[in-house]
Design a protein around this ligand. Structure first.
Ligand code: ZN
Ligand code: ZN
Length: 338
């Protein structure tokens, strides 16, 4: 099969390799679409515990092609989405029900072969049937599953209002998830005009461009602050600004992935005095099915986010789009094996 392989940091090759076979509890999936994510870029540059050689790609949908002898949950020909996270079940964190923090963590496209290939092999428990859901839409189940975990952590109050920085693909998924989870309006801050237009079309109350008087404008809008303040940028200079926009008792969700060495300054007195809650959210945790329900119901729309469909040969081009947000109007690139 054809596969995009990171052979060492910052070095990607398209290779013809043997198609993998399944063991008893595994399923082989013919990949229909795999989303390109910032994590793939981090792996490419040698971060996030990448183990080379690696076929990246962890946002995977496809059709079951072969099943192991003990597999019961799916059969050949089933349309499926994959949860990439593989946990051991017996370490400290698995036993306390936090499998996404497994000490022996493995993941498709991170520590073992992922979806930038014609076929991928996954444990049966990671394979979710999707019924009639469109396969390109199903490739969003993983990133949306991560957002569903963030929403579970956040527990927004019904009828509350949110401020969100960043309308890239994750920001727009996060916005839609907030709007079906109790938040009644989302105000977005986004510098890119194309992204602002998509955010408005998919339900943002208003989308503002960053400018020197933004702070004044936001306090004119919500003099007491917003119930939820969040971001999907990972930019420390943005994250450090979040608490000031929260109402007393408000919740702040750090959603974007900041550089691992980044530091921001927080006033502990402000957190105390204003009853603020600051939350983090890592990966997905039993929430792939939540994402599939949201996608199947049509309440979360992803088609406007798909701006590029590229073959495996162009994984390098796709990583370049990811490296320069908004390049060629890019939102989400899907790798479609030919
Ligand atoms: Zn991802
Ligand atoms: Zn474990």
């Amino acid at each position: 099969m054809q596969a995009a392989i990171i052979t060492k940091a910052n070095h990607l090759e398209i290779q013809e390799i043997p198609t993998p076979n399944v063991s008893a509890n595994e399923v082989r999936v013919r990949v229909a679409a795999t989303g390109v994510c910032g994590t793939d870029l981090h792996l490419y540059s040698g971060h996030f515990g990448a183990v080379f050689p690696l076929i990246p790609g962890h946002e995977i949908a496809g059709i079951v092609d072969q099943i192991g002898s003990s597999v019961k949950a799916v059969k050949e020909g089933d349309r499926v989405a994959l949860d990439p996270n593989i946990s051991c079940g017996s370490c400290h964190h698995c036993r306390r029900g936090m499998q996404h923090h497994c000490e022996n963590f493995a993941a498709l496209g991170v520590t073992r072969g992922g979806g930038f290939a014609e076929y991928v092999v996954a444990p049966e428990s990671n394979v979710y049937p999707i019924g009639n859901l469109d396969l390109e839409t199903a490739a969003f189940a993983e990133p949306l599953g991560c957002i569903a975990w963030g929403i579970k952590r956040l527990q927004p109050e019904i009828g509350s209002k949110a401020l969100l920085f960043g309308a890239g693909p994750i920001g727009i998924l996060l916005m839609q998830a907030l709007l079906i989870s109790g938040i009644c309006e989302v105000t977005i801050i986004e510098p890119n005009a194309e992204r602002r237009a998509v955010a408005l079309a998919l339900g943002a109350k208003r989308v503002l461009e960053p400018h020197p008087n933004l702070k004044t404008q936001l306090f004119d809008l919500e003099p007491y602050g917003f119930d939820v303040v969040t971001e999907a940028t990972g930019i420390p200079a943005v994250i450090t600004e979040l608490p000031q926009y929260a109402i007393q008792g408000g919740k702040i969700l750090y959603y974007g992935v900041a550089p691992d060495e980044a530091k921001i300054s927080i006033s502990p007195y402000e957190v105390f005095r204003r009853d603020l809650t600051i939350l983090g959210s890592f990966s997905l945790h039993g929430t792939l099915h939540t994402a599939l329900n949201w996608l199947s119901s049509g309440l979360v729309q992803v088609t406007p986010l798909i701006t590029h469909r590229l073959p495996i040969q162009d994984v390098g081009v796709a990583l370049e789009y990811k490296n320069q947000p908004g390049l060629n109007g890019s939102q989400k690139t899907l790798i479609i094996p030919q």
